[in-house]
Design a protein around this ligand. Structure first.
Ligand code: NI
Length: 169
């Protein structure tokens, strides 16, 4: 396994609409193993493939950050089939360090995805798990949590992003 460098805003790979995974092979397994190590080391509760520069629909969520093996969700080609409720809680992102802001997300989701073997699976998620899944799935479409902010929260985010832009130059 290897830790991968995490891409930071304004890296353009964070704005790509990622491609469906069609080959379920040893390379995919390796990518997921490396992403898992990278997420746990960060530490983070979620990581999407574009955040390590890979434009494929692969996302990980692990609210236990490696403490509970059954909490690790490997979501390949994930698709939300049902969502309801809404809750507002603070969110952050490994690609936008040192910035958190409250975001509205559904509080319940039903999800379809494929596992490492390519088998279709279903998952129901509530509250923080639902929130983390929404955040990671957004990444697969080039959407960042700051894109959901409005009003004063959006102004705060803009300032933080402008600072990152300057530092990246
Ligand atoms: Ni993120």
């Amino acid at each position: 396994m290897a830790r991968l460098p995490i891409r930071l805003f304004p890296d353009p790979v964070l704005r790509v609409r990622c491609a469906e995974v069609s080959v379920f092979d040893a390379d995919l397994e390796q990518l997921v193993a490396d992403m898992t190590e990278t997420m746990h080391a960060a530490p983070g509760i979620g990581l999407a493939a574009p955040q390590v520069g890979i434009e494929q629909r692969v996302a990980l969520v692990d609210l236990s950050v490696g403490k509970e093996p059954e909490d690790l969700h490997v979501l390949i080609n994930p698709r939300i089939v049902e969502s309801d409720g809404s809750g507002v809680e603070p969110e952050g992102c490994l690609s936008i360090p040192d910035f958190t802001e409250k975001v509205s997300r559904p509080t319940h989701l039903r999800l379809e995805f494929q596992d490492l073997q390519g088998t279709t699976q279903e998952l129901e998620a509530d509250d923080w798990l639902a929130r983390a899944i929404c955040h990671e799935l957004d990444h697969l479409d080039g959407v960042l949590f700051v894109d959901h902010l409005r009003g004063l929260r959006r102004e705060k985010a803009k300032r933080a992003l402008r600072k990152m832009l300057k530092e990246a130059r």
